[in-house]
Design a protein around this ligand. Sequence first.
Ligand SMILES: Nc1nc2c(c(=O)[nH]1)N[C@H]1C(S)=C(S)[C@@H](COP(=O)(O)OP(=O)(O)OC[C@H]3O[C@@H](n4cnc5c(=O)[nH]c(N)nc54)[C@H](O)[C@@H]3O)O[C@H]1N2
Ligand SMILES: Nc1nc2c(c(=O)[nH]1)N[C@H]1C(S)=C(S)[C@@H](COP(=O)(O)OP(=O)(O)OC[C@H]3O[C@@H](n4cnc5c(=O)[nH]c(N)nc54)[C@H](O)[C@@H]3O)O[C@H]1N2
Ligand SMILES: [Mo]
Length: 804
Amino acid sequence: MSEAIGSQSGLTRRSFIKAAGVAAGALGLVGAAGMTTADGWLAPTEAHAAPEEHCGYTFHYRHCQCNCHLKCTVRDGRMVLVEPNDWPDKRNETICLKGISEIQHTYSEERLQVPLKRVGERGTGEFVEITWDEALDTIADKVKETQEKYGVGAIAIQTAVDSLTTFLPQLLKGQEKPHRGIDIGMGNGFSPALAESGQQGASSNEVTDWKNAKTILNVGCNMLETCMVTAQYFFEAKEAGAEIITLDPNFCTTAEKSSRWIPMVAGTDPALYLGMISLILDNGWYNAPYLKANTSMPFLVKRSDGSLLRKGPVDDVKQAGSDNPFMVWDESAGALAAYNEADVDPVLDFETSIDGEEYATVFKLLRENQSQYPSSWAAETTGIDESVLIEITDKYANNGPSILSFGFGGGEKFYNADVAGHAAVLLATLVGSFGTDIPGWGAGAYVNAYQKIFGAGKLASWPLPSECKTAPAPKASVDYRDEESGIRFMWVQNGAFQQIAGNQNRTNEWAKSLDFVVVQDIWHTPSVDWADIVLPVCSHFEVDEEVGFLRALRGHVLLQQKVLDPLFESKTDFWIDREMAKRLGYGDALPKSQEELARFQLDKATDKAIVGITLDDLLANNGVVALKNQPDIARSYSGQTYKTTSGKIDLYYENLVSYGQALPQYEAPNEAYEDNPLRDEYPLIMTQRRSKYFIHQNFMDATWLRQHYEPTLEMNPSDMAARGLASGDVIEAFNDRGSFRCACVATEAVRPGTAAIVEGIWDKYMDAGNVQNVTNDAVNPRGKALAKGRVTPFNDTLIEVKKA
Ligand SMILES: Nc1nc2c(c(=O)[nH]1)N[C@H]1C(S)=C(S)[C@@H](COP(=O)(O)OP(=O)(O)OC[C@H]3O[C@@H](n4cnc5c(=O)[nH]c(N)nc54)[C@H](O)[C@@H]3O)O[C@H]1N2
Ligand SMILES: Nc1nc2c(c(=O)[nH]1)N[C@H]1C(S)=C(S)[C@@H](COP(=O)(O)OP(=O)(O)OC[C@H]3O[C@@H](n4cnc5c(=O)[nH]c(N)nc54)[C@H](O)[C@@H]3O)O[C@H]1N2
Ligand SMILES: [Mo]
């Protein structure tokens, strides 16, 4: 190394050591000598002008919801240091242990290095090396064959959240992310009321607004691990005096840092919300003027069939726009009126009979419905003391501004999640959470909220030939493994074969039955073993040109630039797109380079947040430029505008009348409920949580992180004692679906009757089996009628545990 310095820069070895020593000394870091030893590449370093050392800039993963932008020092072609990059908004200069560990992760022995072709039986992971041409030609032939034989919809592509490929699904004309049943459980019930587009269940304002709230209920969301960059706003709120109350069966990291932790029985979230609604109604703690002005609460419903009363007749419930408005009872006129007439003063709590039919307002029906769910019932069902339930409801309603925060894990991954979501949006609406001018009110999932809600910029999309569009997935809410899905060929960029469905044995059977499987990944995840052809992809640190992909999130446009040349024989996702395009007859349809794409995405953008930002700005600012016209804190529904049928918050779900869920009816979990006879055999509810060390199956291979976490089933000491177990024992966890083995650990953080494990662990790091072997994949028939189809009830799982 010293020779190289001397020859390339004219510095002598002595002067280099001196220069480096000064810089290092000033920072109190290691001396220069350390930097020249064999182990020296691990030592902290400062970027400097020596020619063999330079910085590159890229963004990190977004599936941990963070999108940290990183400044990476490369020495002698090897990445040696990863730090937060400079952002215009200093609060964004974040990195976590995952980011730091990229030095090791990027060069991990689990990197896919060359294209592979299966030789053994599918699923066994026996491969031989092939050339890129052979791999891509084989795939292209198979694409054409499948399309001819079964039609375009027989190909499905599961794109990874973190790959920024935009073209493959359209080029293949296949189904994209068909019926994943993931992260939509609460949103299915929560979002229709607000007609929220995009992310289901997304929060109504940013977590940066938490500092303006006085009471924050955080239900089943471990944001201090699952959206680590929100930590500063969490503590800012706490320091400003907000009471943060976390309701979680387990004493998770976020519960530990909250003002208060209230343990509850897993799977009973709908009961919690329903009990709180009853208390608010019974005590008159709701915001009546808000409900009258902004919601469907005064709309009249025909009791006999549950339909909403409209001005004229209607066959299709979707027809009732302004032409055929919903009807209310006008207080001053003492008569029926269209809800959207000028000066109408609707009555909230009202019933009447018209032409022999009985009608009642949504509000009145809600009251009647709620009589089934008194707080005493909710207390018993959730295991929360009734006085505590009353106390937190009082605070939530009367010590506002208040926030209701839930996650995309926990109660959302239960059979009854849409009921919980519907009850949650009702609860939040009763106290007037949405679209108010008062900062601090809000509700929804905040784990992805640090992204300037609707302010996240919209980049222009590159136009493809008109025939290049994804195939509609079959309309019914089918599991993608069902025959009805019609899938014969899977192209996988994510954990389709381990992650995306419960009940692994069923997934394995299905994977064996497919005609063809392509896996396009960076690392050798468990999905890779199911591939017929494996395509090795560059990490986010590698690009084959100077410019990579763009994102417009977290209030900024973020650019990926080259940090490293592609390692091994890996190629970028974009290169694979282009090669496939050529082979499928669309050779000229794609941009010629990522730079051309990036310039197009910016220059042709019509979003005011982006117009005027150029690639040159980004290059001059190390890849980070603030979005324009951004509010200090983004909040949605300002001016009380909702894209619902009525334009107001539509809380009565007419499309669910036949399921008895026009207003939320309590539904127990599918498996993990109190008096399920199955509990005699399998008494423990198995929570699958996420961890700050990993992003699902990603980073499992990173030894620097694995030294902090070995796969363990976490259990309450009382449940361990009852089974004669001690921490460190290898256990078998099992039910009728299957089993897995790993060590167990005793912790008071886990509620008695619950066992917890981090999801996403690769089989090879378990003693045997896979967490997914036991998880529940039950299909709720109501899923068909829900906006995003059925949810996979991963957490709605019972197991028993014994010493292996
Ligand atoms: N570091 C990291 N961050 C991530 C991810 C990652 O893999 N790693 N994944 C991202 C993704 S895709 C998602 S979906 C989000 C999820 O983010 P979160 O919603 O925070 O997900 P979890 O950690 O699964 O669960 C949160 C809490 O729910 C509790 N819980 C379990 N069952 C119940 C229940 O029935 N009711 C209630 N009230 N609580 C319950 C658990 O004990 C846990 O503390 O995280 C995102 N962020
Ligand atoms: N039992 C159980 N199962 C679960 C859950 C649970 O709670 N319990 N949670 C579910 C949830 S909420 C989710 S969101 C899913 C997540 O499941 P996945 O979407 O499979 O999660 P990731 O591990 O983030 O998958 C990302 C994959 O993309 C790859 N990748 C990353 N960057 C790139 C890139 O630039 N290009 C390409 N080609 N590949 C890239 C990674 O290496 C990784 O293999 O898991 C679900 N599965
Ligand atoms: Mo997720």
